[in-house]
Write a protein that binds this ligand. Structure first.
Ligand code: B12
Length: 210
């Protein structure tokens, strides 16, 4: 797989959409887009992020790679499952961060699995508070990819406690994968490293709430 990831990385950073499509066409079984995303897309973007950090890839290449991936994900991800499960009110948000792809994947995975959740898009701590109060949200999923954004979850949680809100928080994104104790430090209730695991964690939390 690592050879394929390398090929995929090269196609992305040289903005070769045709090669990107060819590689996807060769390795996608037309059944489970999440498996392709977790095995190929996420690791490739991680390699690109590492190369950017070591200075061998420009930010414009990171940006263009993400754009190509966005187009691909638009085509691959399934629509929501029409038979919604009776469930607590839930929402998903990107907190004070511009990295949106992870949220998009988690949102689609959960909707495809029958959950109905509001998509708050990119929000600040203040906006999040207003929204979860107005919508009476019981479970909030938060995605952050930068450490300063991840640490803002602790500020959100403090404000929630002051307002006596019992909304449960599930957090995820790169900082939580780099440090497996960070979710506890920001006072979240749970974390998950990828889309399939987010479904397991949510199923368990929904079970506890009902
Ligand atoms: C693509 C990318 C960008 C794109 C984003 C495009 C977009 N529309 O999203 C662009 C070019 C815009 C960008 C910009 C920047 N980036 Co950037 N970026 C990346 C990169 C390469 C990949 C991120 C990505 O999309 N991955 C694919 C998605 C699908 O994976 P994911 O988000 O991790 O999601 C998975 C899991 O984490 C999990 N998950 C995600 N969210 C959630 C939520 C819940 C509830 C759960 C349960 C699970 C979960 O499930 C997902 C599926 O498996 C990462 C490298 C990396 N290692 O992550 C750097 C990275 C995140 N960026 C970084 C930085 C520093 C920046 C910039 C500040 C650079 C700059 N100097 O301008 C800017 C910030 C812009 C801003 N103002 O916020 C750093 C962050 C470092 C840190 N610890 O703070 C990283 C880690 C790169 C690095 N190695 O240094 N970036």
């Amino acid at each position: 797989m690592s050879y394929i990831i390398d090929q995929f990385v090269s196609a992305l950073i040289s903005m070769n959409r045709i090669a990107v499509r060819d590689i996807v066409g060769e390795h996608y079984d037309n059944k489970n887009p999440f498996s392709l995303i977790e095995k190929l897309v996420v690791p490739a973007l991680e390699v690109i992020g590492d190369r950017w950090e070591e200075g061998t890839v420009a930010l414009s290449q990171v940006y263009m790679s993400a754009r190509i991936i966005e187009e691909l994900i638009d085509e691959l991800l399934p629509p929501g499952d029409p038979s919604r499960i009776g469930q607590p009110k839930m929402a998903i948000a990107v907190l004070e961060d511009y990295h949106l792809l992870g949220k998009r994947i988690i949102y689609s995975m959960l909707r495809a699995s029958g959950y109905e959740l509001l998509d708050y898009g990119r929000v600040t701590v203040e906006e999040t508070l207003e929204k979860i109060i107005a919508d009476k949200i019981e479970i909030l999923l938060i995605s952050t990819l930068m450490l300063p954004s991840a640490l803002r979850i602790k500020d959100l949680k403090k404000e929630m406690d002051q307002k006596k809100l019992a909304t449960r928080l599930i957090v995820g994104g790169a900082p939580f994968r780099f440090d497996d104790q960070l979710w506890r430090e920001v006072d979240a209730d749970a974390t998950a490293k990828d889309a399939p695991e987010s479904l397991k964690v949510l199923n368990q939390m929904v079970g506890e709430l009902s």
